[in-house]
Write a protein that binds this ligand. Structure first.
Ligand code: PMP
Length: 350
């Protein structure tokens, strides 16, 4: 898509929005006397509002992710960025979004909150990308296409060429959720946002970086899209503690943890087919495995009674009989496999 076509996709009220601006935007000096924001002057460590533009954190992430600061949006989890896609692009009650199914549940929830129809397109055989059906589901009110790679809950990553072909053919914004890309040998397409104005790539620090509790999601996109998202977000969407703590954690390497998780994923993937009740272990590029078993509800209840909590996906269309199991610490995975051994022997909790 050409850049000049982007503007027509944006809701008219957002195109002309005059965003909230802070007085502090007008002063960049170091030792000001801040009497502009009705804050308490007594230091608590948190008596000042945080940087609404998250400048320092974005510069750090820019170096790590290899993209200019202007192409980075930071949100209160990637869930915030998902919601903002609807608020920026979709006219409630009129526009629609296309999405793969099964996939991450928040796309449909955020759509429903924003009164936007979702056109769900089932993945193909073995959870393959249904490219033609996705394009066929779109009409001139389709503003967004949600793709997730590696996909939750199926675990598979799609080929870059197939994803990019969809980006070039879809007449709206393609949101590519890469929450689990750090675990995939297929890598990330975030660099492509510099060439594809209608591509928005979502990533998060909640998975490989181990910071789910701090809530820091990222969107990489054309700078015009980033500006729109920044205009619509709450001014102080990333709190001071998160900005400081994330900045510190980003200086520590995560590679070894990712490698261990991938190795443990392989270990569980190889162990599972030996159990008689396991029908299928779907190949995974993420930090979880989707496993089809004879009786998902019974196995789920057994694991729960053993203190092991997995996600029962058996009632999700396309996932009949499936549990989604997150890869844990080696010792936690030991406990999982021991519990499965007991289930196999008929030593079943109910
Ligand atoms: N995208 C996908 C595909 C996810 O599975 C999740 C979390 N389960 C998220 C986004 C949400 O991430 P965050 O914690 O950054 O809001």
């Amino acid at each position: 898509m050409e850049r000049n076509k982007l503007e027509a996709l944006v809701r008219a009220n957002i195109r002309t929005l005059c965003p909230y601006s802070t007085a502090r935007d007008e002063y960049q000096g170091p030792l000001g006397v801040f009497l502009d924001a009705n804050e308490s002057p007594y230091p608590t460590g948190y008596n000042r509002y945080p940087d609404p533009h998250q400048k320092a954190l974005k510069e750090q992430l820019s170096a790590i992710k290899g993209l200019p600061v202007e192409n980075i949006f930071l949100g209160n989890g990637s869930d915030e960025a998902i919601d903002l896609m609807f608020r920026v692009f979709c006219e409630p009650g009129r526009d629609n979004a296309v999405a793969i199914a099964p996939s991450y549940g928040m796309y449909a929830v955020a759509a429903a909150i924003n009164d936007v129809e979702v056109r769900s397109v089932p993945l193909g055989e073995d959870f393959s990308l249904p490219a033609e059906a996705l394009l066929g589901a779109a009409d001139d009110r389709s503003k967004l296409l949600f793709l997730c790679s590696p996909n939750n809950p199926s675990g598979n990553a799609f080929d870059a060429e197939a994803l990019l072909a969809l980006v070039s053919r879809f007449p709206g914004i393609v949101v590519l959720d890469e929450a689990y890309a750090d675990f995939s040998a297929k890598g990330s397409l975030r660099a492509k946002v510099l060439e594809c104005p209608n591509l928005v790539v979502l990533q998060t620090l909640s998975k490989a970086y181990g910071l789910a509790g701090l809530r820091l999601g990222m969107a990489f996109a054309d700078e015009y899209v980033i500006r729109l998202m920044s205009m619509v977000k709450y001014p102080y969407n990333i709190n001071q503690a998160t900005q400081e703590l994330v900045s510190k954690v980003l200086t520590e390497p995560v590679g070894a943890k990712i490698e261990e998780t991938v190795a443990q994923r392989g270990r569980i993937e190889r162990a599972l087919p030996a159990y008689g009740f396991v029908r299928r272990v779907y190949p995974s590029d993420a930090n979880f495995l989707l496993v089809q078993v004879d009786d998902a509800d019974a196995l789920y209840a057994h694991l729960l009674a053993d203190g092991i909590i997995v996600r029962n996906r058996t009632r999700v269309p396309g996932c009949a009989g499936c549990l989604r199991i997150t890869v844990g610490l080696p010792s936690e995975n030991d406990r999982l496999l021991q519990s499965l051994d007991r289930y196999e022997k008929g030593d079943i909790h109910r």
